[in-house]
Design a protein around this ligand. Structure first.
Ligand SMILES: N[C@@H](CCC(=O)N[C@@H](CS)C(=O)NCC(=O)O)C(=O)O
Length: 253
């Protein structure tokens, strides 16, 4: 239990879900007390990022503060929070399996980001549209099925449960997968059209998570910002296409 008056402090950019949402979902699902500092007090976040003395200086948000401790990177934050919030496998070895899955989600999310920013993270999407189109085609054809296929297989072979991807109880990895799937459905509705049939385990997991009481309440709340074209999962209709079309275009080129 946390000491009285101590709440987790989450730091992430205001106005978008972004990578902060993976941490927010875990805090919300566990009913943890937290302050969304980046949203409520952006200068406080900048003060840490621009500090000249902070010895645990994060490179980028999201980061979490728990007392004196500052923890950056989604997967690292979730590895820290998971056992404290009851959102990680109890078995120590399985906690590393969970971390491995979460790091794979980090890689996946980076590739999703690169579909709209294939050349430069600092330049606008509009300045790299042509490359984005080529990158997205390859992503939809090759990378999306590879990542989703991997998570589907892992969900199907969890010896501890048919309900969760790792261990015998809900973990932060299940919550992050929910977020990835929701994000992909927003960004690429055409490409994701056959998702339920192709990935039945992931589809069932996704439904289960969205019906989990605290998650369902959070999703309906004002705290859940909508997906938008400033986040990681962006819907640009010109990039989205059915997998068969991506394949046909690749064959023709
Ligand atoms: N590996 C990090 C990535 C963090 C990251 O890329 N944060 C973005 C916002 S979602 C950012 O602010 N990046 C600033 C930069 O890269 O210059 C994580 O998983 O947390």
């Amino acid at each position: 239990m946390k000491e009285f008056g101590m709440v987790y402090r989450l730091y992430y950019w205001d106005g978008l879900q972004g990578r902060g949402e993976f941490v927010r979902l875990a805090l919300e699902a566990a009913g943890a007390e937290y302050e969304d500092v980046g949203r409520a007090d952006a200068p406080a976040m900048m003060a840490i990022l621009e500090s000249e003395t902070e010895t645990s200086l994060p490179f980028a948000p999201p980061f979490l503060q728990d007392g004196e401790l500052i923890i950056p990177h989604v997967a690292n934050i979730l590895m820290y929070l998971g056992p404290k919030l009851g959102l990680a496998p109890k078995n120590k070895n399985l906690q590393f399996v969970a971390n491995g899955l979460q790091l794979t989600i980090t890689d996946f999310v980076a590739e999703v980001h690169d579909t709209h920013h294939p050349i430069s993270t600092s330049a606008f999407y509009e300045a790299q549209k042509k490359a984005a189109k080529a990158r997205t085609k390859d992503f939809l054809q090759n990378r999306l099925p590879k990542f989703l296929g991997y998570f589907e297989r892992m969900a199907a072979r969890n010896p501890a449960s048919t309900k969760f991807i790792v261990g015998g109880r809900l973990s932060y990895v299940d919550l992050s997968l929910f977020q990835v799937i929701a994000g992909l459905q927003y960004a690429f509705p055409k490409a994701m059209r056959g998702f339920g049939k192709q990935y039945p385990k992931l589809a069932a997991l996704n439904k289960r998570i969205s019906n989990q009481k605290p998650v369902a309440a959070y999703l309906k709340s004002e705290r859940r910002l909508p997906f938008s074209e400033s986040g990681v999962f962006r819907h640009y209709p010109e990039l989205d296409m059915a997998p068969a079309k991506a394949e046909a275009e690749a064959d023709a080129s």
